[in-house]
Design a protein around this ligand. Structure first.
Ligand code: GLC
Length: 632
């Protein structure tokens, strides 16, 4: 994180916090905005008690912290996050700012007045803030192959995140998705590490706009074996079975670039594990416990000088044979394993007090060296100084969902569309055609936004967030449109069919193919995830394509859908991915207002049996290859 010094100095001059002590006494060095960051860190560190230090290594969740802000003061917490869907009521920028500032006030009531660092998952725009611009998820951005556009999207995301008072984004995921059965496929820019690296201007865009970026999840989360998922998940949080050579080539490469080229300020380890083939598989190591990779590789080999933050209760998954599975988490062994592995900040949403007590006991017993604590605290403090939080701890609400940002999102949507098939020049459509629009994803802004939107798992519905559905985009340019989600309305023989189907929202392992879905949400959200179309979608495609002379099918989904059997009845097929709030961008390419330019960021399988299938595989016969996309 590098803020131009002039900004920090100016902010200091304007808003220097008054410091207790005799009028003549100079302020402590750490409060001198003009002093070099490392000197400020050193000065503050030596003033800190063990309680101060352990507090700085602890992150609680918004809900318990907002219910009792005094816990921030008592525990001297360094950070608070909003977990997926955790928003204030009302869900407005002003209410978010009020939440952050209230917690900040509690942090500044501590003896050393160390400001709090607040984080959120703004993974496709600030999706949890109602009214924010919701951009295409990363897989669609990868399809654009447009580095400048991706930077602009993340710059706008930074502006809207900061407008809600939040200076830290747990994004971008620089994961490399190697198996589309993974529920987080859509959070990846693609299956080729070089494409992911090409999109890492996202990090600069966030940090140049004053928002700390987080490269996640370190490492191999998209490269785990099917069937090794954690608990009920089939693939998420599973085991990456690989050689050190392949791990470096596929899974670590994006982190090398994130650290060395983009100076990312934070890194989040993965829930997954790694199992080295050269050592004889059968000994998976959790990434949250890997001192070899966190300390040895990330910090020492790559020279990463930012902070490492766990994933959500990440150390609670670490093996601890000394206690029953039902023992309270985290356990003492889990705490010292995570700290000694090199993690600096611990996401303990509802167990922050327990974590603080256990870590203090581990340090006091000499099982966690003070040098490790000091290294962690240095990194946390360095991050806060670089963000300018000591000079500018409080936020002011700003504007979100502006016309400018929505226009940018609409451009990103259009450029993300991949035209897979277009026989008989079915596309572009004519605005004077009689259009018959069908499919459950034609008029559902919640489905087109996907996970991490208002709710952690997303939320189906046509009015969940402001914006335009794909149908609304079509209706805005074509006067003669019949819409029938289930194709029950009569179909005219001269109608042009437009069928928009695909997936309902999900997040993380609940989107894994074969995993039980998240237990709440709409009936459609509770459907078992498949790599093929859901039966209801198949029926609508068959019915409309059989009854119309021209049939265009759009797939709104977080990953490829195996549609080989039905491809012959489709005159045109478009991968729309998860476009977000500006569905009108899809109409822009359907009617030729913009050309189709998108290219596949992942291989499109011919059969489910082929998966995983990736560019570069020895045997490679997909339906559509990586990089495919018809230009119009
Ligand atoms: C989740 C995700 C991670 C996210 C974190 C905080 O479990 O794995 O990507 O940043 O928790 O919401």
């Amino acid at each position: 994180m590098r803020l131009p010094v002039v900004i920090v100095l100016l902010a200091a001059a304007l808003t220097a916090a008054p410091v207790a002590g005799p009028a003549s006494a100079a302020p402590p060095r750490y409060l001198d905005a003009g002093a070099p960051v490392e000197q400020r860190v050193a000065d503050l560190l030596k003033r800190m008690t063990l309680d101060d230090k352990i507090g700085q290594m602890t992150q609680a969740e918004r809900a318990p912290a907002s219910a009792d802000p005094s816990m921030v003061t008592k525990l001297r917490l360094g950070s608070v996050l909003s977990g997926g869907g955790s928003a204030p009521t009302p869900n407005t920028p002003a209410a978010w700012v009020e939440t952050v500032n209230t917690l900040q006030k509690a942090a500044l009531a501590t003896p050393l007045k160390i400001p709090l660092l607040y984080g959120v998952d703004a993974v496709h725009g600030h999706g949890h803030l109602l009214g924010a611009t919701v951009f295409p998820h990363n897989l669609g951005l990868g399809a654009t192959r447009d580095r400048g556009l991706v930077r602009d999207v993340y710059a706008a995301t930074a502006e809207e995140t900061a407008a809600s008072g939040v200076p830290w984004n747990f994004s971008p995921c620089v994961c490399v998705t190697r198996d589309e059965r993974w529920g987080r496929t859509y959070e990846s820019f693609g299956e080729d590490p070089s494409l992911v690296i090409e999109m890492e201007g996202a990090i600069d865009a966030l940090q140049e706009n004053g928002v700390l970026a987080t490269a996640k999840h370190f490492a191999g989360d998209g490269d785990t074996e099917f069937g090794t998922g954690n608990g009920d998940f089939t693939i998420d949080q599973g085991v990456t079975v690989t050689s050190r050579k392949d791990f470096a080539r596929v899974d670590l490469a994006p982190f090398v670039s994130a650290v060395r080229e983009h100076r990312v300020g934070a890194v989040m380890p993965s829930f997954s594990s790694v199992d080295w083939t050269e050592d004889g598989v059968g000994n998976p190591v959790k990434m949250h416990a890997s001192k070899e990779l966190i300390t040895g590789y990330l910090k020492h080999r790559l020279g990463f000088d930012g902070l490492v933050v766990t994933d959500w209760e990440g150390i609670h998954q670490l093996p601890d044979p000394s206690v029953p599975a039902t023992a309270p988490r985290p356990t003492p062994l889990q705490v010292r394993t995570g700290v000694n592995a090199g993690i600096d900040l611990f996401m303990e949403p509802t167990s922050a007090p327990r974590f603080v007590t256990l870590l203090k006991a581990e340090v006091t017993a000499g099982r966690v060296p003070m040098a490790r604590i000091d290294d962690a605290v240095r990194r946390v403090l360095r991050t806060k100084f670089r963000l300018g939080l000591f000079e500018h701890p409080y936020a002011e609400a700003g504007e979100v969902g502006t016309a400018e940002h929505r226009a940018l999102a609409r451009e990103a949507v259009a450029k993300s569309q991949v035209l897979l098939k277009n026989t008989g020049h079915a596309l572009p459509l004519r605005t004077d055609s009689r259009l018959y629009v069908a499919g459950r994803n034609a008029d559902d802004i919640g489905n087109q936004a996907g996970g991490w939107t208002l709710d952690w798992q997303g939320r189906s519905g046509r009015d969940t967030i402001p914006g335009t559905t794909i149908l609304e985009g079509i209706r805005a340019v074509a006067p003669d449109v019949t819409y029938s989600a289930d194709a029950s309305a009569p179909i005219g023989k001269d109608d042009v069919g437009v069928v928009v189907v695909g997936e309902t929202p999900y997040a993380e392992g609940f989107g894994d193919v074969g995993a039980p879905p998240w237990p709440t949400g709409t009936a459609a959200q509770k459907e078992k995830k498949l790599l093929t179309l859901q039966p209801g979608d198949k029926k609508v495609v068959d019915k409309v394509c059989a009854a119309t002379g021209t049939c265009v099918v759009l797939l709104v989904s977080g990953r490829p859908q195996v549609v080989t059997d039905q491809l012959p009845v489709m005159d045109a097929l478009v991968a729309s991915w998860l476009p977000g709030s500006e569905g009108a961008g899809v109409a822009d390419v359907l009617f030729g207002k913009r050309p189709f330019t998108g290219r596949l960021p992942v291989t499109w399988p011919r059969t489910t049996a082929q998966v995983p299938i990736n560019v570069g595989d020895r045997s490679y016969h997909p339906l559509f290859p990586y990089g495919w996309g018809i230009r119009t």
